[in-house]
Design a protein. Structure first.
Length: 441
């Protein structure tokens, strides 16, 4: 009898332990489902807010005109968001594994961005910095115009001659435009090489694939529409002439090891592998975008270290485009210098969206400090009008990801080690402030 009693006591103790161990996981699962349903509900009132969704079809929310006419239920949706955040905070006070803690913080920051979207739809106005903090979990530093002077001087030396630097640069870049009838062949070759190099480093889901399409009249240069089941539609905007360096940039950024790889791995490792339903939805205006854009941009240099990009473009892409390979080295030097001016767009966007710059002043800033052509500067403003402060995800996002990978990999790290850190970043729930070492809250 004593042995039986002792056995029952032991079994009861294990049952309690199992229950307490499973409780945080169940709480996170419930929060994940609540987050997905809330994001889809908000998306029903905000076209374009949901960038991708491949979860249960019955969760998709659509509203007819009669519902939309009743108005946006901001108070109700805010209460839902607050309730899920409280449940996450309660779960975080329990014993969590490192992965569960990352998951909880990821969900919390995503939910705060959903709540900010509710406020935005309700008519609340944010400054540029307030918006980036709420939506992307980070505030971009201020980049004074003096910071770009050294690079502009270097470009003056590389492109001497009469006329303004903008005029000389524009004339120079026109020599490297990919003819429209050759663009598909050039892009296909670029994405094939990016895929080949990525597969050497990362095992992708079996059967992963993409389709490329060429479009017009868009505010962006290219877009990855992830459809689930490791498939992406990659659209390339041909409104403006496309220079030869854009082929590798867009192929890597939108495809390999960029957005296509990131989304396919999240689906395989987290959504399906761990059953974390929150990764079946992707609200565009959320901290996840800074990780997505930052890894997509940093991945280009990871894919083509040192001068390997120049060599590939010179040997393969220039001939396909009908351009002179002998001119590739000078163009690559100009490309590298122009990349040092990318934060000039952040400052112009901040000034324009905060109404401290008029449209004309923002255009002049872009032409003077980012050295954009008038046509490309106008496209930048069209992008800000559509996506507002999202621009920081490309520039600051790349800086944060680069610093994180290189610091984590360690000084003098091998390419293999950097790829390992990069892969771990792509397959774990992360927040921008966490990567930047600013703390979880």
């Amino acid at each position: 009898m004593k042995r039986a009693f002792l056995l029952l006591a032991v079994l009861a103790a294990f049952a309690v332990l199992s229950l307490s161990t499973d409780a945080p996981e169940r709480a996170l699962d419930q929060a994940g489902e609540g987050y997905v349903r809330l994001a889809l509900e908000v998306g029903a009132y905000s076209p374009g807010y949901i960038d991708a969704y491949y979860g249960p079809k019955e969760w998709i929310v659509t509203h007819d005109d009669s519902v939309l006419r009743r108005g946006f239920p901001a108070t109700e949706l805010r209460k839902k968001a607050d309730a899920i955040v409280r449940s996450l905070d309660a779960a975080a006070r329990q014993s969590l594994s490192d992965m569960e803690r990352l998951r909880a913080e990821f969900l919390r920051k995503q939910l705060l961005s959903v709540k900010a979207q509710i406020d935005l739809i309700s008519g609340r106005k944010f400054t540029f910095d307030q918006e980036t903090k709420l939506f992307y979990d980070i505030i971009a530093p201020v980049y004074p115009k003096e910071e770009f002077a050294k690079t502009i001087t270097a470009l003056e030396e590389v492109l001497p001659g009469p006329g303004s630097l903008q005029e000389r640069l524009s004339a120079f870049r026109k020599k490297f435009v990919i003819p429209a009838d050759r663009l598909p062949a050039v892009f296909d070759a670029a994405i094939a090489e990016c895929r080949r190099r990525t597969l050497v480093r990362i095992a992708l889901p079996e059967g992963e694939s993409f389709k490329a399409a060429y479009v017009k009249d868009k505010p962006w240069g290219a877009y990855n529409w992830y459809k689930g089941n490791a498939f992406s539609l990659i659209e390339v905007n041909t409104d403006l002439p496309m220079q030869i360096d854009s082929a590798v940039r867009l192929a890597a950024h939108e495809g390999y090891p960029g957005h296509h790889v990131y989304n396919a791995l999240l689906e395989e490792k987290l959504s399906r592998g761990r059953g974390w339903v929150e990764f079946t939805v992707y609200p565009l205006f959320s901290p996840q975008s800074l990780i997505a854009e930052g890894t997509a941009n940093y991945g280009i240099d990871l894919l083509f270290p040192d001068d390997e990009r120049l060599e590939f473009e010179r040997k393969v892409l220039y001939p396909l485009a009908g351009l002179a390979p002998a001119t590739a080295e000078k163009y690559d030097r100009v490309r590298r210098l122009l990349s040092q001016l990318r934060h000039a767009e952040t400052e112009a966007a901040r000034g324009f969206l905060d109404k401290k710059m008029t449209r004309d002043e923002a255009l002049r800033w872009l032409e003077q400090y980012a050295l954009e052509s008038p046509e490309r500067a106008a496209k930048s403003l069209a992008f800000w009008n559509a996506y507002r402060s999202y621009v920081i995800n490309y520039t600051l996002g790349e800086d944060i990801v680069r610093a994180y990978v290189e610091k984590t990999a360690g000084p003098g790290a091998s390419p293999e080690r950097k790829w390992q850190v990069f892969f771990e970043l792509l397959t774990t729930p992360r927040t921008p402030s966490g990567l930047a070492g600013l703390g979880g809250r």
